[in-house]
Design a protein around this ligand. Structure first.
Ligand SMILES: C[S@@+](CC[C@H](N)C(=O)[O-])C[C@H]1O[C@@H](n2cnc3c(N)ncnc32)[C@H](O)[C@@H]1O
Length: 367
């Protein structure tokens, strides 16, 4: 296209250019968010108790004075991205009553989720999802696409599975980081539990399969103290965890056998596995609840892609998650009809599905 081509074509091209550049540099926004989390900007504003100036923030964060202007530029992007607000207020400095003004930064609902002292803190998710162990593999995708092997991108890049990497004794800090991220995600469930009490009412026992360090089961146990809960996970994951009277930890392999209970809970489990292995897990769940007859159930908390009813932002998040599951585990996020196939292939007779916790779904399966 030359300089004289028609305006529409040019404007379309420029828009396309902006669109492409925006997607190329999306990682900068992600990494700036990670920096904000590492620096503890949200914690600093929260403990200060009121909006802070740039200099107050830099001093609270103990930054080198040469980095004040760097902080300003990070805050400009983070504010643009909705993590902070920037307002001009009358100066609060002593002797500043003479009409002087200052610019202050405050928290927004998304940055409130980075405050470490709050139970809704998602900083461990930011840390885990943007850790080099999750990101480096993407540099190997070209090689991966040309390979005739059923390897995940992670395996193709590193020579081992992500589970293998997590489970290596020497990488126990990474296992801890992964479990902390999962636990942070589970604590968000606290509010949702209020709305879905009916899901657990009437149950005598529950086994949380792949329940990690038990963050979700502890919340359920607090809400239903009489429910006998078991957190079931790989032996090394639950090895040093201690329970309470109605919460115990059991190590094992969900592909072999799952402890019996009235209900089985699977949160963030099936999206880690392909359809064949997911059906295997679901069949083991069905065996585990067989003692309860038709009253037993399996409760799944996972993503359901719904491009028709979800807005673009929500669908985008679900599709991003799908590629994370694909590249790390050969897992997948499923559309409703894919869930339905899985559920019936595993021998369940009915199910219902409802949205929960913003972007997840609660799926109840009945034998
Ligand atoms: C994505 S995490 C989900 C953790 C937890 N349900 C949550 O949402 O916070 C998957 C969990 O499955 C566990 N897991 C993987 N393979 C397993 C197996 N064969 N048997 C039991 N648990 C397993 C992992 O150790 C991990 O804790």
């Amino acid at each position: 296209m030359g300089f004289c081509s028609n305006g529409t074509e040019e404007s379309e091209l420029y828009h396309a250019q902006i669109h492409l550049y925006k997607h190329v540099y999306n990682f900068v926004s992600s990494m700036a968010l990670k920096s904000a989390m590492e620096l503890g900007i949200a914690d600093a504003i929260h403990s200060h108790g009121e909006p802070m100036t740039l200099f107050e923030l830099a001093s609270a964060l103990k930054l080198h004075h040469s980095k004040v202007c760097v902080l300003h530029r990070f805050l400009r992007l983070l504010t643009h991205n909705g993590f902070f607000t920037k307002t001009t207020v009358a100066s609060r400095k002593e002797g500043g009553g003479g009409g002087e003004e200052e610019t202050v930064y405050d928290l927004t609902p998304p940055s409130t989720l980075l405050i470490r002292s709050k139970s809704t803190c998602l900083a461990p998710i930011v840390k885990g999802a943007l850790h080099s162990s999750s990101l480096d593999m993407w540099h190997f995708s070209e090689k991966w696409f040309t390979e005739d092997k059923e390897l995940t991108l992670y395996e193709s890049a590193t020579g081992e599975s992500f589970w293998g990497f997590l489970n290596k004794a020497t990488e126990s800090d990474t296992l801890g980081m992964f479990q902390d991220a999962m636990a942070a995600d589970s604590r968000m469930f606290k509010m949702a539990l209020e709305e879905c009490k009916h899901v657990f009412e009437g149950l005598g026992s529950l086994v949380d399969v792949g329940g990690g360090n038990g963050a979700l089961t502890r919340l359920i146990n607090e809400a239903f103290p009489h429910l006998k809960c078991t957190v079931f996970d790989q032996p090394h994951v639950v090895a040093n965890l201690t329970g309470t009277e109605n919460l115990n930890f059991v190590g094992g392999d969900m592909f072999k056998s799952i402890p019996s209970a009235d209900a089985v809970l699977l949160k963030w489990i099936l999206h880690d596995w392909n359809d064949e292995l997911s059906v295997k897990i679901l069949k083991k769940c069905k065996e585990a609840i067989s003692g309860k007859g038709k009253e037993g159930k399996v409760i799944i908390i996972d993503i359901a892609i719904d491009e028709t009813n979800d807005d673009r932002e929500l669908t985008g998040l679900k599709l991003d998650y799908d590629l994370v599951m694909l590249t790390m585990f050969n897992g997948k996020e499923r559309e409703r009809k894919e869930w339905e196939k899985l559920i019936y292939d595993a021998g369940f007779s009915s199910y219902n599905i409802t949205p929960i916790c913003g972007f997840k779904s609660l799926i109840q399966l009945y034998p």
